[in-house]
Design a protein around this ligand. Sequence first.
Ligand code: MN
Length: 294
Amino acid sequence: MEKHFKNIEVILPPPAFHMVGDGFRVHNFFPSQPKIGMEGMSPFFLMDYGSKWTVPPSDIPKGVGVHPHRGFETVTIAYHGKVAHHDSAGNSGVIGEGDVQWMTAGAGVLHKEYHEKEFSKKGGVFQMVQLWVNLPAKHKMTPAKYQAIENKDMARFLPDDGKSVVEIIAGEYKGLKGPAFTFSPVNMFNAKLIQGAKADFSFNKNFNTGMLVIEGEVKINNSKTASENYFILFGHDGEDIIIEALKDSVILILSGEPINEPIASYGPFVMNTETEIKQAYDDYYNGKFGYLED
Ligand code: MN
């Protein structure tokens, strides 16, 4: 069948990094970059990318202390290093290399995120992505929950070369379904391609679609090249994408149906109206998000 390539809107270099707490050195591709903003990758509202850096050894794990969230989901993907996590719903766990933690904040949760203790003691290379996946208005106040998605739980598509793999975290690829439960249509894959390998994708025209080059270098749609740490934002002209690995590469692929609803966002809350943001702060200060020890 003839391909109708999705047009490439822009290929963005990583913006200057900032620290989240004292442990996460991140580049925010959205919503802070005006070419994407709050809507350009909806239902994905935020992407903090911790590009590869070497964390010095520390007996006290670095990270970010107790804080609330409401109205969306946080999805943390660990590529190098390990993240420990605790929340006020009593969940805790370690996100190991290659694993994903999918936390639905929904009506509200308190959590804290740190480098895992043993990793922190030794130090080492750290690389991660945190996404905020927005929730449709009717699901914003869903009870908080937690999906620990270990690498072995992901569906796997194996291209013909025998060495590449496409891991399906959420959504569907080549008839294989990812393990994540989502509240709106979301596709999230890791394509791990050896040099010379190609992978093709097809997403609904009106879905917002982007890719982050975690490692290596890729050629997109036989035309443009994107290097490590660059983000590719696609337009809405076609459905198809072909990526070719110019080096051994890892690419995070995101595509989802836009949530076309008003967004009111402040700090750790993503709601539909200013009134709901104010309510979130009131509820937080009144202890309605529960309790979590620092
Ligand atoms: Mn958080």
